[in-house]
Design a protein around this ligand. Structure first.
Ligand SMILES: [Ca+2]
Ligand SMILES: [Ca+2]
Length: 235
């Protein structure tokens, strides 16, 4: 299938020291482009002046660029469709800008890469909960795969990570991965840091009459912030 690409060219006073002159300008493009489809032509000088350019002027090298200051530059943009048989995808295609001042030729070249339509990679990463004071490696258990590229885990980067393992709270880690089609996927997980308190034993001093029986566990209990009642764990 054909696609439309945008071409952007910056044209400067590359061949003439004069402060006032006209450059004849036009474009030559790879046969893989369909020149008939050139559209949305915009020519702007860096001082804000805009100029009307037709497709015919552009393709026939009849655009006149009025340089009236040594610092003038022109920005030319236009859209052009790629021919349906312009394959394979990923092909680099060239567009040359050709200018002429006083017979001296000036050329510039743009290379355009045909986009490869493909799937975006998928990041596998799940929310995590850890106890305060524990260690946290954001890459543990994280992987990424892509339909075209296979395993792209090695390309995963951490773009944000505010986890503080020494303070209870809710944090976020953001991952990003880009495949060979230039498709980028990001994923954010939530990391919860929970409390990690020591259990508390409740037991009071006792006085027992001589000869009476004594059960050291009587009246003793233990509780824990995270585990609740842990009396049965008291020894
Ligand atoms: Ca892909
Ligand atoms: Ca605890």
């Amino acid at each position: 299938p054909s696609e439309t690409v945008s071409v952007k060219n910056t044209i400067s006073n590359a061949t003439d020291d004069a402060t006032s002159f006209k450059m004849e300008y036009g474009v030559d493009m790879d046969a893989l482009f369909d020149a008939d489809t050139v559209s949305n032509i915009v020519l702007t000088r860096n001082d804000g002046q805009t100029y009307t350019v037709t497709k015919e002027q552009l393709l026939n090298h009849q655009v006149e660029l009025p340089f009236d200051s040594p610092t003038n530059t022109f920005t030319l943009t236009y859209d052009v469709q790629v021919k349906a048989d312009a394959s394979p995808k990923g092909t680099m295609m060239k567009v040359s800008g050709v200018g002429k001042v006083n017979g001296v030729k000036y050329t510039s070249e743009n290379s355009i890469k045909l986009a490869i339509p493909g799937d975006s990679p998928v990041i596998t990463a799940s929310d995590k909960t850890l106890k305060k004071g524990g260690s946290f490696d954001p890459m543990t258990g994280v992987s990424a795969s892509d339909t075209e590229d296979g395993d792209v885990t090695g390309n995963v980067t951490v773009t944000a990570n505010d986890v503080n393992v020494n303070q209870e709270g809710t944090y976020h880690v953001t991952y990003s991965v880009t495949d060979s089609d230039d498709n980028t996927t990001t994923k954010t997980i939530t990391v919860t840091v929970t409390s990690n308190d020591a259990p508390v034993i409740t037991a009071v001093d006792k006085t027992v009459k001589k000869g009476a029986s004594f059960d050291p566990m009587a009246g003793v209990s233990a509780s824990d912030t995270e585990d609740g009642n842990v009396t049965d764990k008291v020894t």
